[in-house]
Design a binder for this molecule. Structure first.
Ligand code: URA
Ligand code: SF4
Length: 274
């Protein structure tokens, strides 16, 4: 049975999360309370078992997505992951000339984070700052992404962050289809190595690619999708949020991220280990 004190403490934690998104109010319905309760009981799952394809409560509503062949190889150990990722970066991505973006890049941007991360964010492509530093999401959009992650009660180092293309498209244009096609084998390999529990796509280009979908962000976001047996949540790109910093958009992103936290068995918003 629900303990009212516990529910209150959770509500206050949740409010902290809401305020991290600049939201003042919290809509607390019974579904939300259930989510809070569910978040308290992370399933103790053996590490090597594959992530659940469907969360029990959402199983019926999940659309069937293309590209859903599950990875079958066992998950690598952490040291193996570290070395596989470093090898891919050094021997394949850094010297990559598979598409025209190699001509204008200053640095490739492999991605970074915890190789055992449960949550894997996919942005669009490096911008100017990212190209200069060789790291993903280090500019203004990155600042907001960091805030979003902090609002989830996590540190950036606890998740993994990549882009669909590893080199900056000139003038920050959307990556062209042939560039995406050339580059995404790296992304797929990163996912195969890391095997997160949840993928969060940021913005339409990464959602479109992952789900082979023509639907709008409004239709895609907020719902669970399936990518090769890994649950995928599309949400707005932080750069879009910066341009359209409305209560409605922030609430939408926060609502999507709360679903992610619940799915990975973390409290809402959770406490960061300081
Ligand atoms: N926007 C992105 O999509 N990726 C980055 O790394 C930075 C900004
Ligand atoms: Fe290679 Fe990807 Fe860079 Fe194109 S964007 S050159 S495919 S690493």
């Amino acid at each position: 049975m629900a303990d009212p004190d516990l529910a209150k403490r959770r509500l206050s934690l949740r409010l902290r999360g809401e305020s991290a998104f600049g939201l003042k109010s919290v809509a607390m319905d019974s579904k939300g309370l259930h989510a809070l309760q569910a978040a308290k009981q992370p399933a103790a799952r053996p590490k090597a078992s594959p992530p659940p394809l469907l969360a029990s409560t959402e199983a019926e509503s999940l659309p069937v997505e293309p590209n859903s062949t599950e990875f079958t190889d066992p998950v690598a150990s952490r040291p193996e992951k570290v070395s596989l990722l470093a090898n891919m970066d050094i021997s394949q991505v850094k010297p990559c000339v598979r598409c025209r973006l190699c001509k204008t890049r200053k640095n490739t941007v492999f991605g970074e984070g915890d190789p055992d991360a449960a949550i894997f964010f996919i942005g669009e492509g490096p911008g100017e700052n990212e190209d200069l530093q060789g790291r993903p999401f280090v500019g203004r959009a990155g600042e907001l992404l960091n805030k979003m992650i902090a609002g989830m009660g996590l540190r950036r180092e606890q998740v993994f962050i990549v882009n669909i293309v590893k080199c900056r498209p000139p003038d920050n244009r959307v990556p062209a289809p042939d560039e995406v096609e050339a580059c995404t084998p790296y992304l797929v390999k990163q996912l195969e190595i890391i095997r997160p529990k949840v993928i969060v796509t940021l913005g339409l280009p990464s959602a479109k690619y992952m789900l082979a979908s023509k639907l709008s962000m409004g239709k895609l976001r907020g719902q669970w999708h399936n990518w090769r047996g890994i649950k995928l949540m599309p949400t707005y790109h932080p750069a879009f949020l910066l341009r359209a910093y409305t209560e409605e958009n922030r609430a939408a992103v926060w609502s999507d991220l709360k679903k992610v936290l619940t799915e990975v068995g973390l409290p809402i918003p959770g406490k960061s280990a300081k």
